[in-house]
Design a protein around this ligand. Structure first.
Ligand code: ATP
Length: 363
């Protein structure tokens, strides 16, 4: 079976002062799971995938697939003996072969009978909805169709694991959206364990069962899309997934922080133990621009919201929302307001934030 266990995996590239591209990461991927590796450019996603594929040798740590150790500093099982298929952002289909022959190639190499090659190829082409285009050449296909051929070619050989590196980044936005669901559907039909590298958080949320968010060679957090969005472990995670405002605040008592002289109430278990400087995370769409009617008191209010005051620095009409940049005495935050809420630049406004939307993370 294709459970993957990564333990203490470390890799530096040669070169003076080279930092660790992958820095002692641990990650367990269940059999049949889709794990997305997500994170900003240079955080080590591709290096991790290449270690998984067997193209690179780790400096330390191990990769185990099922009960077989496939990578360590001493020994690396070569890519062709790993029962892994790979898909990269370039479609890597052979231009001189028809769609059918591209997909059948891997089965012919395995010396399967002619009828088995035919049957399996047709079945996979059906699953990627390419049956009608089986006799076309890649140059006669759109980018999305070529990527479907690459997918079909990767899964037809029934690999234990499928590794995907930014597979959709060459496609236009509409096609990318459609293909995310397509990859999910193919996973449901095949049950292949997948490791999916992307810098696009929405792609990861749609295609993957769990997300490993990487930063500077380390894993910042692993969890379902829901976990990571709702319970970010750090300001980095909250900012990278979904976007958030971060405010420097001081935790003064459990669930109470001070910001600019006002006492605000926050959610979070973390609040019960720590004291001192922490970061308050508030998503832009969770903030409402208040109608104050003369009630300008700031701080926690008995109706379960926190009120803060600020000045409008900028506002942009975006059709379905108005994007505000607000100054809170030196800290700037973004507010996504309904388009009908129109406040002029320079005016003082009051913002209401439900306690449920105020989450603190370690400073
Ligand atoms: P991106 O999203 O930009 O593709 P990534 O998260 O996939 O980035 P990696 O390609 O794994 O990141 O790179 C991790 C670090 O290792 C980076 O600092 C990068 O500059 C460095 N690096 C990657 N490949 C090499 C190489 N062949 N030689 C030297 N350094 C490298």
């Amino acid at each position: 079976m294709a459970r993957i266990d990564i333990a203490g995996l470390t890799k530096s590239y040669a070169g003076k002062n080279a930092a660790r591209a992958v820095d002692a990461i641990d990650l367990a991927i269940a059999d049949g799971e889709v794990m997305a590796l997500v994170g900003p450019s240079g955080c080590g996603k591709t290096t991790t995938l290449q270690l998984l594929a067997g193209f690179l040798k780790p400096d330390a740590g191990t990769i185990t697939v099922g009960d077989r150790e496939v990578s360590s500093a001493k020994h690396v099982v070569p890519p062709e003996r790993r029962r892994m298929s790979l898909i990269f952002q370039s479609y890597a289909v052979w231009p001189h072969m028809t769609v059918f022959d591209n997909v059948a190639y891997g089965l012919r190499v395995m010396k399967l009978s002619r009828s088995e090659v035919e049957d399996r190829t047709r079945e996979v082409l059906r699953s990627v909805r390419m049956t009608d285009l089986a006799q076309r050449y890649p140059s006669e296909l759109s980018g999305g169709q070529q990527q479907r051929v690459a997918l079909a070619r990767a899964v037809v050989v029934k690999p234990e694991t499928l590794l995907l590196d930014e597979p959709l980044s060459n496609l236009d936005a509409n096609l990318r959206e459609e293909m995310r669901f397509e990859i999910r559907r193919i996973h449901e039909a095949t049950g292949i364990t997948m490791v999916y590298v992307t810098h696009d958080q929405t792609e990861a949320m749609v295609a993957a069962d769990r997300i490993a968010l990487m930063r500077a060679g380390k894993i910042a957090q692993v969890g379902t899309a829901h976990d990571i969005y709702e319970k970010p472990a750090s300001a980095f995670v909250a900012t990278f997934v979904g976007g958030t405002n971060t405010l420097p605040v001081t935790l003064v008592e459990p669930h109470i922080v001070e910001f600019g002289g006002a006492r605000l109430r926050v959610r979070d278990d973390f609040a019960a133990t720590a004291r001192g400087p922490v970061t308050l995370c508030i998503r832009p769409h969770a903030i409402a621009i208040a109608e104050v009617n003369g009630d300008t008191a700031v701080g926690y209010r008995e109706n379960g919201t926190n009120r803060i005051a600020g000045t409008v620095l900028r506002q942009t009409y975006l059709g379905d929302a108005r994007d505000y940049l607000i100054d809170l005495g030196g800290t700037q935050i973004r507010v996504a307001a309904p388009p009908s809420v129109d406040r002029t630049v320079g005016s003082t406004i009051h913002l209401d934030v439900p306690v449920e939307a105020c989450r603190i993370v370690p400073d």
